[in-house]
Write a protein that binds this ligand. Structure first.
Ligand SMILES: Nc1nc2c(ncn2[C@@H]2O[C@H](COP(=O)(O)OP(=O)(O)OP(=O)(O)O)[C@@H](O)[C@H]2O)c(=O)[nH]1
Ligand SMILES: [Zn+2]
Length: 303
């Protein structure tokens, strides 16, 4: 037990550098600063804090259930902690990138976070192509739901309300797929909620440099977290040897390779490649695996 257990608890709802905004169980919001040099809080964290004038000092971080992060060659960035669901917003126009999708799913799998894909803009003809590209993902067990956030907001709202109720959901998506439309549809007073946080943290109203926390309803039974940064989804924190087990369609065939340390790239007697040749793994996914392997291995050599 931590010696800080008698302190009040706070939920981190915004972060800008070392400035953090916490919300108390009664709904009061305070600017908070971590004690000491390290800036360890991310949105979604629960912290123990003490008052320091009008502001708060964070004394301890409660244990995290999970943490979704991306890491490039230079640094790690955290999206959020203690997430129930990752919702990836995709569309056929502009066409989503399968590489970005695969990276997000690998990071979620590594963090132990369930993921659902939202295929948006199903009113457009290109949705058929996108639906087809998502087939391998559906087959490997990833949930896919569909919406037309702009063209049919009422139906989309019903679909999403059922999906999001009672959960803390992190929404990610490439630019132009409908992420902002989703937030404005599902979150009452979304602009006011984000404005309050960034103003207090001096971040400026339109610099969404970090994750934003939105309550879905006045009862605060669910929340949406909006994060930028989907475009550069670095996975440098993952060892290449772990990739296949983080890809469900490859994972199914593990344990059938001749060599225990098979990389599933060129070894004879590889169960994964045999499955790919039988058409049981999509060629795109095999290519993505190989590309990621090279990238992560090169990163390991440097590091
Ligand atoms: N046809 C169609 N267009 C949609 C739908 N949902 C959103 N859009 C449009 O797609 C465009 C992008 O939507 P946004 O919500 O701004 O997308 P975003 O992902 O937030 O993009 P950024 O703001 O660039 O990050 C806008 O012009 C929306 O009006 C839909 O269901 N159907
Ligand atoms: Zn193999």
């Amino acid at each position: 037990m931590s010696r800080h257990n008698d302190l009040d608890i706070g939920l981190v709802v915004g972060a800008h550098g070392r400035h953090v905004m916490i919300e108390t169980p009664e709904g009061r919001r305070l600017i908070a600063h971590p004690r000491g040099k390290k800036s360890v809080c991310v949105v979604g964290d629960r912290v123990r804090w003490q008052a320091a004038g009008d502001e708060a000092v964070i004394e301890a971080l409660e244990p995290r259930r999970n943490l979704l992060a991306r890491q490039d060659e230079w640094r790690t960035k955290s999206f959020a902690a203690n997430i129930d669901l990752l919702l990836v917003v995709l569309a056929g126009e502009p066409m989503f990138s399968e590489s970005q999708l695969t990276r997000a799913l690998i990071a979620a799998e590594d963090a132990g976070i369930a993921a659902t894909l939202l295929l948006n803009k199903i009113d457009l003809p290109a949705a058929a192509v996108a639906r087809e590209r998502l087939k391998p993902y559906r087959e490997m067990g990833v949930a896919v739901v569909e919406s037309a956030l702009k063209a049919d907001p009422a139906a989309s709202r019903r679909t999403l309300a059922a999906l999001l109720a009672g959960k803390t959901t992190l929404v990610l998506g490439p630019s132009g797929m409908g992420k902002s439309t989703l937030i404005n549809l599902m979150v009452p007073r979304a602009d006011a909620q984000v404005g309050e946080i960034s103003q207090a943290l001096n971040a400026g109203r339109h610099t969404t440099t970090t994750t934003t926390w939105y309550w879905l309803d006045d009862a605060k039974s669910g929340a949406l977290l909006d994060s930028p940064g989907f475009q550069e989804f670095g996975l440098m924190h993952i060892a290449p040897q772990r990739l296949a087990e983080l890809m469900p369609d490859l994972r199914t065939h593990l344990g059938q390779c001749r060599f225990y340390n098979c990389t599933h790239r060129h070894e004879p007697g590889c169960g994964v490649r045999a499955a790919a040749e039988r058409g049981e793994i999509s060629p795109n996914r095999v290519r993505l695996y190989e590309g990621l392997w090279d990238e992560l291995e090169a990163g390991q050599r440097k590091g």
